[in-house]
Design a protein around this ligand. Structure first.
Ligand SMILES: Cc1cc2nc3c(=O)[nH]c(=O)nc-3n(C[C@H](O)[C@H](O)[C@H](O)COP(=O)(O)O)c2cc1C
Length: 189
């Protein structure tokens, strides 16, 4: 059984280190996980004025989330939280009221920073948001990636063997978690 996983990168920077991390995860994922990028940069700033008639960008985003089994967030930390562009995308997906796209979709969060706490605070904020939108989250292992120069190249190759092994194992754990959550949801009582 394989699962489609939507990847959300919380950075729009052309040389984003989180985009590099996302590329690495695509390469290191087990065959049971198909990672597909879900772009967030083209979404307008969310307003509830849109709820009556979502624009094409909002509809396309919600369709893309509906088409995946699970969610993988790869985010920078901005001022000890997640970047606005990622929060904006989550707000789009969570509305209009009653049509929350994230509900019951299993998720995992990671991110990289050159800073010493390596996105830990942003990830905690993101976990709080994901709880509210009712996404079951991989609690453990956590994945705080301290970025050092050259750790991941532009093609997503991880240059440090122990980091590569860590990410590979983390994705294996995510696969097991997704299989458990999706399997449990198929039980009828
Ligand atoms: C507005 C802004 C706020 C930032 N705040 C933090 C922070 O709170 N913690 C941190 O570790 N790094 C912070 N940084 C540095 C980022 O970790 C660094 O720019 C990183 O490269 C961003 O990820 P990206 O390359 O994927 O865009 C901040 C950078 C910017 C532009």
């Amino acid at each position: 059984m394989s699962y489609k996983v939507g990847v959300f990168v919380g950075s729009l920077a052309s040389d984003s280190i989180n985009r590099k991390l996302a590329k690495a995860l695509v390469k290191l994922a087990p065959p049971e996980l198909e990672l597909v990028d879900i772009p967030i940069g083209g979404l307008p700033l969310y307003s509830r004025d849109y709820d009556a008639d979502y624009p094409p960008e909002g509809r396309a985003f919600k369709d893309a989330v509906a088409a995946v089994d699970a969610l993988l967030f790869v985010t920078p930390e901005y001022n000890r939280s997640i970047p606005g562009v990622l929060k904006n995308a989550i707000d789009w997906g969570s509305r209009p009221w009653g049509t929350n796209s994230f509900a019951k979709k299993p998720s995992a969060v990671t991110g990289t920073s050159p800073g010493n706490v390596s996105t830990a605070v942003a990830q905690q904020h993101l976990r709080s948001i994901l709880s509210f939108v009712n996404s079951p989250e991989l609690a453990n292992p956590e994945a705080y990636i301290h970025f050092t120069e050259g750790l991941i190249d532009d093609d997503g190759n991880v240059t440090d063997a122990s980091s590569e092994e860590f990410l590979r194992n983390w994705l294996k754990e995510f696969h097991l978690f997704v299989a458990k959550v999706v399997g449990a949801q198929q039980i009828t009582v």
